[in-house]
Design a protein around this ligand. Structure first.
Ligand code: NAP
Length: 295
């Protein structure tokens, strides 16, 4: 299926893979106001809600012809793929289809951090390695942990405390809207054919979980306590709380990165790209404070 406005414009055509997701939806709204044609690629075109002017194309990652069809006439491709065991296969299929379709610049959301076995970072390394071999320009956006990962502790915080295995490590959270704004700049920039770049995107400062607890206490007006426990006990608690083993392992891996402070660095890249300082965790917590309050 393709709900594609017939465009005879000379404007660049940008495809967004993951346009219904956190970064993709914010990016679609931003690009809708730019002098570009935008097409949202989604597995579920019937339920995808896009801003006016944004076309929608269905994609089925198991069907190459659907990817070729969706990418016909596209100049630039943005990829923000949801975390899934199919992520590497799907992203590589999309990249190969984009190269075959003549896409000239691919901007991919990857992840900040070291070379590692931890998922999903290891998946991003595989996809970046594949992308690096392609004869097109590419930009890897490597954001630190999203502020929205804190949503998963909301119900626990509402009871006054939460547990994790992040110890006293530091993490610099980023707001996904800042990733979207950096992605917009990367997509609109004119790049040398075949050039390859990576941007390391972080928020304005790093936090320990103890400091996050103090900030939540201040904003909620009552004491919130963070309790550290071993990764093994934390995994048991996550599974007892309803998480699948896959999600529990992702969260334990994230806590390991927090504990080891490997996502603790602060870069000025968001501000250099967008001209505006990245959003603060305090502002994000304030905007989303109901997530941390008893319902
Ligand atoms: N969470 C973090 O702290 C963090 C930090 C750094 C980097 N990242 C990376 O950021 C990227 C985006 O993460 P996110 O959690 O924010 O994604 P998301 O927005 O929840 O998902 C993006 C989109 O991916 C599409 N998708 C296609 N195939 C999928 C599949 N098999 N399973 C799930 N979604 C699929 C979905 O669109 P349709 O349903 O419309 O097809 C979905 O809306 C990921 O690659 C992640 O590794 C995350």
């Amino acid at each position: 299926m393709s709900d594609r406005p017939s465009s005879s414009s000379n404007q660049p055509r940008i495809a967004i893979a993951g346009a219904t997701g956190r970064i993709g939806s914010a990016l679609a709204s931003l690009l809708a106001a730019d002098p570009v044609d935008v097409v949202a690629l989604t597995r579920n075109p019937d339920t995808a809600r896009m801003p006016a002017g944004v076309a929608v194309s269905a994609v089925d990652f198991e069907r190459r012809d659907s990817l070729a069809d969706a990418l016909r006439g596209v100049d630039r491709l943005f990829i923000s793929h949801g975390t899934s065991p199919r992520q590497v296969a799907n992203e590589i299929a999309l990249i190969d289809a984009a190269v075959a379709a003549g896409v000239r610049h691919i901007v991919k959301v990857s992840a900040l951090g070291p070379a590692t076995r931890l998922l999903p970072l290891a998946w991003h390394m595989q996809v970046e390695a594949h992308l690096s071999l392609q004869p097109v320009a590419s930009t890897a956006l490597r954001p630190s942990a999203f502020m929205s990962v804190l949503n998963h502790i909301g119900a626990q915080v509402a009871t006054g405390s939460w547990t994790g295995a992040a110890g006293t490590g530091r993490v610099n959270f980023i707001d996904t809207r800042d990733v979207a704004e950096a992605a917009r700049v990367a997509l609109l920039e004119e790049v040398e054919p075949g050039s390859q770049r990576a941007y390391h995107l972080t928020g304005p400062r790093s936090w320990t979980m103890e400091q996050v607890a103090q900030e939540l206490s201040r904003l909620l007006g009552r004491s919130i306590v963070y309790t550290n426990q071993s990764p093994a006990r934390q995994r048991e608690a996550l599974i007892a709380g309803g998480a699948s083993p896959f999600v529990a392992d992702l969260l334990i891996g994230l806590d390991q990165m927090f504990r080891e402070s490997v996502l603790g660095e602060t870069t000025s890249t968001v501000e250099e790209l967008t001209g505006r300082a990245p959003r603060s965790l305090t502002d994000w917590l304030s905007e989303n404070i109901s997530t941390f309050q008893a319902s």
